[in-house]
Design a protein around this ligand. Structure first.
Ligand code: MOS
Length: 709
């Protein structure tokens, strides 16, 4: 790849820049998937099962078909057949979204029918009137850390890693710890619900959708409906959040089926309640951490086991034990991800899958070990900084964890901290501070891009990125401006359309880096072409790129972003209320393209950590198998009043092997954040909370009784 020589222009990357589509969004001009008008549009409403396990014995469709405006009722008896063995993101068959293909009900809230009508109101009324009969079977949704039917996974990433003699090293340790940490079921709760409109247009299927990658959705839908990918076009211009949940889901598949049957455009929008069973979620985890250390805190033994649940029909792994494979080494080192299959929907990726719950367990355990050793928690981490990846044995491409802790400690005022718990008061509040480390992989996925020099002196960048609210469109504008040595206002970015070609999803914190790589490569070659001074024809000059081969440069090293989280909490032990007064996160997350939107990503992740620590918990009723309060009244997320002063900043951490120096900022903000809050609650009260969320009743129970809950 050629390196652009820097001349006299103002570098856009690294300079705060408001979103290029910001005005459109705040004035309502930006259209989302459920907003775009179509002539002849019909509306589908999903009908979900009311039992957790069994078979559909019959559906009383005749009365519903007679209702006003009803056009069709699709179900397993009449819906088009699809390929249920289609392969998803991880190249394994995933039948989670293959609806209406059989009479089995694998969980409460499984789609059993789609009622299509002329208006959404008619569709909803008819859907709610549809009577479905079931042969009910007993279900089992009881998740706990001691399920005898749990099994270690052996999937796309190793389920189990081990080295050394754990029992011997634990026996030889001066200090040991053996604790269970649990995290509950959590939901993505993005602002924009899932919505899709499908229509056939001259033999081509077109889908207007809200997703994290139109190429991804195109590929899976083409497989399911046995279509050539080129005859499927997926567009997704504006997306109101995804967090891992916006891939192929029941609504797109049902919309395509209905558009095919009725030969007219059909829109399916989910309600917030439906999303609780149809769009994935973060599995609850039961994690066990065993640590053994010398008196000076050096780890001899580290074991991290994590159990998550999955559905009966698809194995999803929340790889929480993976965080220990990167963070800390020990003479004996064992990590294991295990799953148990229950009668529940399939969980999925949710912001920092694995790292978010895994860091809660591991970083709380480190804090407990620091207490037992009488060592400052930051010093304990410094003493356990590995030279190489503890499991991979690979060198780190960059590991600026201690730089984050140094800068964070300075700004947070950590040096003055009295390590003893339960000593500080502010009126009725007990005060405490806590810290935790963060890490998240920094990868990249193959992407293509096209950059056009227009005859009017502007540039058009075409890259099939997804801006799911992250500011990707703006970041790519800045990256392209620098690569073209022009001003950002001379660059327009087109994204969110599968016709633009293959590109990374907005996921795994890889989007901006992957797309920027492709844009930079195309722009560099375009500049060489323009340097020939042959003039620009009316159609412009276009250069295309494909990073598939270039990404090989990233192999053979452990690549991660790192961070240090700090929290100060106030705890009222008479009401059980925990308030997070301030948080500071310092990150080493590569070159920051747009400080304005990157800070939003990091602060958003940290707020999510507050929410995870104190509020979020989806509770299932064992009798019905469904949720209590499947809505944003019953499922609590942190709101403005719950969030104190949250600051995020970064240290210099350019990735030398990335053309722009990017690593990625989408997920690391949440990693370690809940642990920092929980460690601060211990420092305030002297009580270790190992079960999230730290609810008022748990704080009260701890104050009344045992010191450990
Ligand atoms: Mo993210 S959980 O990779 O959208």
């Amino acid at each position: 790849m050629t390196t652009a020589t820097r001349r006299t222009f103002t570098e856009a990357v690294g300079t705060p820049h408001p979103r290029v589509e910001g005005r459109d969004k705040v004035t309502g001009a930006a259209r989302y998937a459920g907003d775009i008008p179509f002539a002849g549009l019909a509306h589908g409403w999903l009908v979900l099962s009311t039992v957790a396990r069994g078979r559909i014995s019959s559906l009383e469709t005749a009365p519903v078909l007679a209702m006003p405006g009803v056009l069709a009722v699709l179900h397993h008896g009449n819906a088009p057949r699809v390929e249920t063995g289609y392969t998803g993101m991880l190249s394994v068959p995933d039948p989670t979204a293959a609806v209406f293909q059989h009479d089995r009900v694998p969980h409460l809230g499984w789609p059993v029918a789609l009622v299509v009508a002329t208006t959404p109101e008619q569709a909803r009324e008819a859907a709610e009137a549809l009577v479905v009969h079931y042969d009910v079977e007993p279900h089992d949704i009881a998740f706990s850390g001691d399920r005898p039917d749990a099994y270690p996974v052996d999937g796309h990433m190793p389920g189990v890693t081990e080295k050394g003699d754990l029992a011997a090293q634990l026996a030889a340790s001066a200090v040991t710890l053996d604790e269970e940490y649990t995290t509950p079921e959590m939901h993505h709760s993005m602002m924009e619900p899932h919505a899709a409109t499908a229509r056939w247009d001259g033999g081509r299927l077109e889908l207007i959708d809200s997703n994290q990658g139109t190429h991804w959705v195109q590929s899976e839908l083409a497989q399911m409906f046995s279509l050539d990918p080129g005859s499927v076009r997926v567009r997704s211009e504006h997306v109101g959040g995804g967090f891992g949940s916006k891939g192929v889901r029941a609504h797109q598949v049902a919309a395509v089926m209905a558009a095919t049957v009725l030969q007219r455009p059909v829109r399916v929008v989910m309600t917030r309640r439906q999303m609780f069973s149809l769009t994935g979620y973060r599995s609850p985890t039961a994690q066990r951490v065993r640590l053994g250390a010398d008196a000076d805190g050096r780890l001899r033994a580290l074991e991290h086991r994590s159990l998550n649940l999955t559905s009966t029909f698809h194995e999803y792994v929340e790889p929480s034990a993976g965080v220990a494979r990167v963070m800390y080494d020990a003479d004996a080192h064992r990590t294991a991800n295990e799953v148990v299959r229950l009668d529940v929907p399939t969980p999925t990726w949710m912001r920092a899958p694995g790292e978010a719950p895994g860091s809660f367990a591991l970083e709380c355990a480190l804090d407990e070990l620091a207490e037992k050793c009488g060592i400052d928690p930051i010093e304990l981490r410094a003493r356990n900084e590995p030279e190489r990846g503890p499991v991979s044995g690979l060198p780190f491409a960059g590991r600026n964890l201690l730089a984050c802790f140094r800068e964070g400690a300075r700004r947070f005022g950590w040096a003055d901290r009295d390590p003893r718990p339960g000593l500080r008061r502010d009126g009725r509040w007990l005060l405490g501070t806590g810290t935790a480390a963060a890490s998240f992989p920094s990868g990249a996925l193959p992407s293509t891009a096209a950059v056009t020099a227009e005859a009017d002196g502007t540039f058009t960048v075409r890259v099939n990125a997804a801006d799911i609210g992250t500011g990707a469109r703006t970041a790519l504008t800045l990256v392209a401006a620098d690569a073209l040595e022009t001003a950002p206002d001379r660059v327009r970015v087109r994204l969110g359309d599968s016709d633009l070609g293959p590109a990374s999803i907005a996921g795994g914190s890889m989007g901006t880096r992957s797309w920027s790589w492709a844009v930079t490569a195309a722009a560099a070659e375009l500049r060489e072409r323009l340097a020939l001074n042959t003039g620009i024809p009316p159609e412009g000059i276009t250069v295309r790129s494909d990073t598939t081969e270039a990404l090989g440069a990233l192999a053979q090293k452990e690549r991660h972003s790192f961070g240090a989280q700090f929290a100060e909490v106030a705890v009222d032990v008479t009401t059980g209320e925990v308030r997070v007064r301030r948080m500071l996160g310092i990150f080493a997350a590569g070159r920051i393209v747009n400080p304005l939107t990157a800070r939003s990503q990091l602060v958003g992740g940290m707020i999510w950590g507050i929410s995870m620590a104190l509020h979020e918990e989806a509770v299932r009723d064992r009798a019905s198998g469904g949720h209590y309060g499947a809505d944003l009244a019953g499922y609590h997320v942190a709101t403005h009043a719950d969030v104190g002063r949250v600051e995020a900043d970064w240290v210099e951490d350019h990735d030398p092997e990335d053309p722009v120096g990017i690593k990625g900022v989408g997920e690391i903000g949440v990693v370690g954040a809940a642990a920092a809050v929980a460690n601060a609650v211990w420092h305030a009260t002297g009580v270790r909370h190992r079960a999230l969320p730290i609810r008022p009743d748990r704080v009260l129970a701890a104050a009344a009784g045992g010191r450990h809950v």
